[in-house]
Design a protein around this ligand. Structure first.
Ligand code: R5P
Length: 299
């Protein structure tokens, strides 16, 4: 394959540098400025005439800014003669809004997919997207890579014969089952109800955790509410502590650090789909996703 034309928005320059190094290319130059009224303005300094452009931009907070910058970069590539554009969005914001749970709501995931397609995206590459509906919601090719094998490899020295892999809610069950197969370990599932953006309640546990070392597997840690509820329930059911955690996206917003600091957590492993937290009062191991992204772009 010819050297890919790789651009990186301003959301996550470290990941851009890692991906460029993994692909053995230089990042192409672009600039993003803000006008005084808050509008973004992008300018490609290298233009992808006759080439396929890859635009890297995870859409974590500030979600709208990062998303608009991505859309502007895609449009600029298309207008500069790119033969096609792949949006590399390792963390896809709004993916949790994959269905309406009550009247009057929007389906945010579908809106994101439509915006990217309208801007000129031909293919989206993401990592452990929250919802399996993402592919169906997207009118373009959608590749959802999994970081679970890398996370499991990073946690390789856990005593597998004593582990139980825990899904902290029903949506996490397929991921937990996959990890359990990798570790040849049993599974347990938490029955979670979301009360608000920050608060959840964990009302039941299916599976045996007594005397076992839990490995909680999820797609993301946002406010840490899901993890806190799961860990407290596991402890109340007699699991061994500390509890270990593997989650693809470490957003750590709101009260996440305060919550994590008071939990009996041993190893906490996330990937680098979002930048490293500036202050992490608990140790966080970060697994690189650039190798998996580079392999997918090469395909
Ligand atoms: C929910 O369905 C997701 O898989 C995560 O469990 C959840 O979004 C994590 O959010 P928080 O850390 O705020 O509970």
């Amino acid at each position: 394959m010819a050297a890919p034309f790789l651009l990186c928005g301003s959301a996550h320059p470290d990941l851009g540098a890692s991906l460029a190094a993994e692909l053995g290319v230089s990042l192409r130059a672009s600039r993003t400025d803000s006008f005084p009224d808050g509008e973004l303005h992008v300018r490609l300094e290298d233009e992808p005439r006759g080439e396929h452009a890859f635009v890297l931009q995870p859409t974590f907070a500030p979600v709208e800014r990062n998303l608009i910058e991505l859309l502007l970069l895609v449009d600029a590539c298309r207008r500069s003669g790119a033969t096609g554009v792949t949006a590399v969005v390792p963390y896809l914001g709004y993916a949790r809004q994959d269905r309406r749970t009550a009247g009057g709501q929007a389906v945010g995931l579908r809106v994101m997919a439509d915006l990217m397609a309208a801007a000129g995206v031909h293919r989206v590459v993401s990592v452990d997207v929250h919802s399996p509906s993402a592919e169906a919601a997207s009118s373009t090719r959608f590749d959802d890579l999994s970081a679970l094998p890398s996370l499991v490899a990073a946690l390789g020295d856990l005593p597998r014969e004593r582990c139980v892999v825990v899904a902290p809610d029903l949506g996490a069950v397929p991921r937990a089952r996959r990890v359990a197969r990798m570790l040849d370990a049993p599974t347990a599932f938490v029955h979670k109800t979301r009360l608000s953006g920050e608060e959840v309640s964990a009302s039941g546990l299916a599976g045996e955790v007594r005397g076992r070392i839990p490995l909680v597997v999820d797609d993301m840690i946002s406010t840490g509410g899901t993890l806190e509820a799961a860990v407290r329930l596991l402890v109340s059911h007699g699991c061994e502590t500390p509890v270990h955690v593997a989650a693809t996206h470490g957003l750590f917003v709101g009260s996440a650090w305060e919550r994590l600091a008071r939990l009996p957590i041993g190893r906490l492993c996330v990937t680098d789909t979002v930048p490293a937290p500036a202050r992490a009062p608990v140790p966080v191991e970060r697994v690189p996703v650039a190798p998996a992204l580079a392999a997918a772009l090469g395909r």
